[in-house]
Write a protein that binds this ligand. Structure first.
Ligand code: HEC
Ligand code: HEC
Ligand code: HEC
Ligand code: HEC
Ligand code: HEC
Ligand code: HEC
Ligand code: HEC
Ligand code: HEC
Ligand code: HEC
Ligand code: HEC
Length: 336
C-alpha cells in the first residue's frame, strides 16, 4: 500500500527534478549565447595582460586540439596542411610556441569549465573581422617576416588602409589563393573590383589566366614607388617588358617618354591596345582640331562617302605610324 503511493511520488519528483535540470541547462547555454560581446578595448586589455604575464600553455598544440580538432566547429587542423604547421621547416611556429606563436599566450582560454555566464578568455584573432587592430595582428606576422620583401610594409598602401596580412593570406589552408598563379587576380580583385573588371575587357594584359600577375608590376607589401610599383616610374615598369619602347629615339613623341599611362591603361580597356580613348579622339585630346590634321578636310571624309584617312582605319596612324617615336632621319612627323 505504502509502496503504491511512495513509488510514483519518487518517480514524479525524479521526473520534475530532471525537467528542472534540463531547464537550468538550457538556460545556462542560452545565457552563454546572450553574453554581451566584449568590446574591442576590453579584448585588447586582456590580450596585453596575457602577454605581459607570458601565460603560455605547458602542452602547446595538444592543449588546443582538445577543443579545436576536426570534430570542432572551429577546427584548427588546416594549419597542418600549411608550412606554418610543419615541424621540419626552420623557424616555423611548430618549432617553437606552436599555435601560441600566432594566437598569443593561452592563459585561461583553455579552461575546461567556465562559471555561469563567464566568457571564454579571448585569443588573438586575425582578418578583417577581428576586433584586434590590424597593426597588432601584423606585428605577430612581422615578428618572423621582417625582411627585404616587406621593408616598405609600414606606411605602404595596404598598411595605411588597415588591410592586415591575414586578409590576403590564408595560413590555415593548403592553398593560399593570393599566391597562386591561377587565383591571384580574383583574390586581389575581390577588393579591387574596378581592376578586376578591366582585365576582362576587350584588350587587356593577360592577367585573367595568370600568364601575367598583379605582382609582376606591384609589390603587395608596399614599395618606395607610386602605387606600390616594383619599378621606380610607370615608364620603367613598362620598359621592363616592352624594352623596344624605351628608345632612345631621334624623334621622340613627348607624352610617350613622359608617361605611357597617358594613352594606355595598364590593366585593360574597352579600346584596342589598352588605349584610354579611341583614336582619333585620343590624339585630338592634345592636338587641336584647328587646321591640319585633326579633322577630315572640308566636305571630304565620311559625309562624302569617301573614306577619310584621318578618321578611318588606323586613323591618325595611317600616316603617323611611329607614334612611340622614330629613328628615321625624316621621321620628324612620326610617319616613318
Ligand atoms: C576547453 C576548450 C578549448 C581549448 C583547450 C582551447 N580553446 Fe580556443 N576556443 C574554444 C571555444 C569554445 C571557442 C569559441 C569561443 C567563443 O566564441 O566565445 C574558442 C575560440 C578560439 C579562437 C577564436 C576563434 C574565433 O573565430 O573567434 C581561437 C583563435 C582559439 N580558440 C585558439 C585556441 C588556441 C591557440 C588554443 C590552445 C592554446 C585553444 N584555442 C584552446 C575552446 C577552447
Ligand atoms: C602562422 C600563424 C598561425 C598559427 C601557427 C596558427 N594559427 Fe590559427 N589562425 C591564424 C590566422 C591568420 C587565422 C585567421 C583565419 C585564416 O587565415 O585562415 C587563424 C584562425 C584560427 C581559428 C579560427 C578558425 C575559424 O574557422 O574561425 C582558430 C580556432 C585557430 N586559428 C586556432 C589555432 C590553433 C589551435 C593552432 C595550432 C594548432 C593555430 N591556430 C595555429 C594564424 C595561425
Ligand atoms: C614563428 C614564426 C612565424 C610566424 C609568427 C609567422 N610565420 Fe609565416 N612563415 C614562417 C616560416 C618559417 C615560413 C617558411 C619560410 C620559407 O619557406 O622560407 C613562413 C612562410 C610564410 C608564407 C609563405 C608560405 C609558403 O608556403 O612558402 C606566408 C605567406 C606567410 N608565412 C605568412 C604569414 C602570416 C600572414 C603570418 C601571420 C598571421 C605569419 N606568416 C606568421 C614563420 C612564421
Ligand atoms: C594585398 C595582399 C597582401 C597582403 C596584405 C600581404 N601579402 Fe604577403 N604576399 C602577397 C602576395 C600576392 C604574395 C606573392 C608574391 C610573389 O610571389 O611575388 C605574398 C607573399 C608573401 C610571402 C612569401 C614570399 C615572400 O615575399 O617572402 C610572405 C612570407 C608574406 N607574403 C608575408 C606577408 C606578411 C607578413 C604580411 C603582413 C605584414 C603580408 N604578407 C601581407 C599578398 C599580400
Ligand atoms: C582586403 C581587400 C584588399 C585586397 C585583397 C587587396 N587590396 Fe590592394 N588595396 C586595398 C585598399 C583598401 C587599398 C587602399 C585604398 C585604395 O587605394 O584602393 C589598396 C591599395 C592598393 C594599391 C595602391 C592603389 C593606389 O591608388 O595607390 C595597389 C597597387 C594595390 N592595392 C594592389 C593590390 C594587389 C596587387 C592585391 C593582390 C595581391 C591587392 N591589392 C589585394 C584593399 C585590398
Ligand atoms: C603591367 C603592369 C601592371 C599589372 C600586371 C597590374 N598593374 Fe595595377 N597598375 C599599374 C600601373 C602602371 C598603375 C598606375 C597607373 C596610373 O597611375 O596611371 C597601376 C595602378 C593600380 C591601382 C591604382 C588605381 C588605378 O587603377 O590606377 C590599383 C588599385 C592596381 N593597379 C591594382 C592592380 C591589381 C589588383 C592588379 C592585378 C589584377 C594589377 N594592378 C595589375 C601596373 C600594373
Ligand atoms: C611583366 C611584363 C609586362 C609589363 C611590365 C608590361 N607589359 Fe604590356 N604586355 C605584356 C604581355 C605579356 C603582353 C601580351 C603580348 C601578346 O599578347 O602578344 C602585353 C601587351 C601589351 C599591349 C598590347 C595589348 C593588346 O591588346 O594587344 C600594350 C598596349 C601594352 N602591353 C602596354 C603596356 C604598358 C603601357 C605597360 C606599362 C604600364 C606595360 N605594357 C607593362 C607584358 C608586360
Ligand atoms: C600618345 C599616346 C601613346 C603613348 C603616350 C604611348 N602609346 Fe603605346 N600605343 C599608342 C597607340 C595609338 C597604339 C596603337 C598603335 C597602332 O595601332 O599602330 C599603341 C600601341 C602600343 C603597343 C602595342 C603595339 C606595339 O607597338 O607593340 C605597346 C606594347 C605599347 N603601345 C606600349 C607603350 C609603352 C611602353 C609606352 C610608354 C613608353 C607607350 N606605349 C606610350 C599610343 C601611345
Ligand atoms: C598627352 C598629349 C598628347 C597626345 C594624347 C598625343 N600627342 Fe602627339 N604630341 C604631343 C606633344 C606635346 C608633341 C610635341 C609637340 C611639339 O613639339 O610642338 C607631340 C608631337 C606629335 C607629332 C609631331 C609633331 C611635330 O611637330 O613634331 C605628331 C605627328 C603627333 N604628336 C601625333 C600624335 C598622334 C597620332 C597621337 C595619337 C595617337 C598623338 N600625337 C597623341 C602631345 C600629345
Ligand atoms: C593622310 C596622312 C595623314 C593623316 C591621316 C594624319 N596626318 Fe598628321 N600630318 C601629315 C603630314 C603629311 C604632316 C606634315 C608633315 C611634315 O610637315 O613633315 C602632318 C603633320 C602633323 C602634325 C605636326 C604639326 C602640324 O600641324 O604640321 C601633327 C601634330 C599631326 N600631323 C597630327 C595628326 C593627327 C592627330 C591625326 C589624326 C587625327 C593626323 N595627324 C592624321 C599626314 C597625316
Amino acid at each position: 500500500m505504502q509502496n503504491r503511493i511512495v513509488r510514483p511520488l519518487i518517480f514524479l519528483s525524479l521526473f520534475f527534478s530532471l525537467l528542472f535540470f534540463r531547464a537550468a541547462w538550457a538556460e545556462e547555454s542560452d545565457s552563454a549565447k546572450d553574453l554581451a560581446p566584449m568590446s574591442a578595448a576590453q579584448i585588447e586589455k586582456i590580450l596585453d595582460e596575457k602577454f605581459a604575464e607570458g601565460k603560455y600553455s605547458r602542452t602547446g598544440a595538444d592543449q588546443c586540439l582538445r577543443c579545436h580538432d576536426e570534430t570542432s566547429d572551429i577546427s584548427a587542423m588546416g594549419i597542418f596542411k600549411n608550412v606554418h604547421g610543419s615541424r621540419q621547416v626552420k623557424g616555423a611556429p611548430f618549432q617553437g610556441l606552436q599555435c601560441e606563436a600566432c594566437h598569443g599566450p593561452a592563459g585561461d582560454h583553455v579552461k575546461s569549465r567556465l562559471k555561469d555566464g563567464e566568457p571564454r578568455e579571448p585569443m588573438i584573432t586575425f582578418g578583417a573581422g577581428s576586433p584586434v587592430p590590424a597593426d597588432k595582428q601584423d606585428s605577430v606576422c612581422m615578428s618572423c617576416h621582417q625582411d627585404d620583401e616587406r621593408q616598405h610594409w609600414a606606411g605602404g598602401e595596404h598598411d595605411r588602409a588597415g588591410v592586415p596580412c591575414a586578409s590576403c593570406h590564408q595560413v590555415h589552408q593548403a592553398h593560399d589563393a593570393v599566391r597562386s598563379r591561377e587565383t591571384q587576380a580574383e583574390a586581389c580583385g575581390s577588393c579591387h573590383t574596378k581592376q578586376l573588371a578591366q582585365i576582362h575587357q576587350r584588350s587587356s594584359h593577360p592577367l585573367q589566366w595568370g600568364q601575367l600577375l598583379c605582382t609582376d608590376c606591384h609589390n603587395p607589401h608596399g614599395s618606395a614607388n607610386q602605387v606600390a610599383l616594383k619599378q621606380q616610374t610607370i615608364n620603367d615598369n613598362c620598359y621592363s617588358c616592352h624594352a623596344e619602347k624605351r628608345g632612345p629615339f631621334l624623334w621622340e613623341h613627348e607624352p610617350v617618354s613622359e608617361n605611357c599611362s597617358t594613352c594606355h591603361n595598364p590593366h585593360g580597356s574597352i579600346n584596342k591596345d589598352l588605349l584610354n580613348k579611341r583614336t582619333p579622339q585620343l590624339c585630338q585630346s592634345c592636338h587641336t582640331t584647328a587646321g591640319h590634321p585633326s579633322v577630315p578636310y572640308g566636305e571630304a571624309g565620311e559625309a562624302s562617302g569617301k573614306a577619310s584617312a584621318f578618321v578611318l582605319g588606323q586613323s591618325c596612324m595611317n600616316c603617323h605610324s611611329q607614334v612611340h617615336g622614330s629613328n628615321h632621319p625624316s621621321g620628324n612627323a612620326l610617319q616613318r
